[in-house]
Design a protein around this ligand. Structure first.
Ligand code: ZN
Length: 66
């Protein structure tokens, strides 16, 4: 009753960073975006996926999303 700690490590807090770092909107019909989206999907590391998402965000299109 003195200590409530049970000696078991609490589960780590997992921050959901995907929506922010990997957030992107591949333009439909754009070959480059499609390839990058695939890269983003198959990326093994955060860096790979982040780079792909960044490239998609930076890929210029007539229609501006956000
Ligand atoms: Zn594109």
């Amino acid at each position: 009753m003195i200590s409530r700690h049970n000696g078991v490590q609490e589960a780590p807090v997992v921050l959901d960073i995907d929506p922010y770092l990997y957030g992107c909107t591949p333009a439909p019909g754009c070959g480059v975006c499609t390839a990058l989206a695939k890269q983003l999907d198959k990326g093994k590391t955060h860096e790979e996926r982040f780079d792909a998402a960044t490239e998609i965000r930076n890929h210029p299109h007539a229609e501006v999303v956000k």
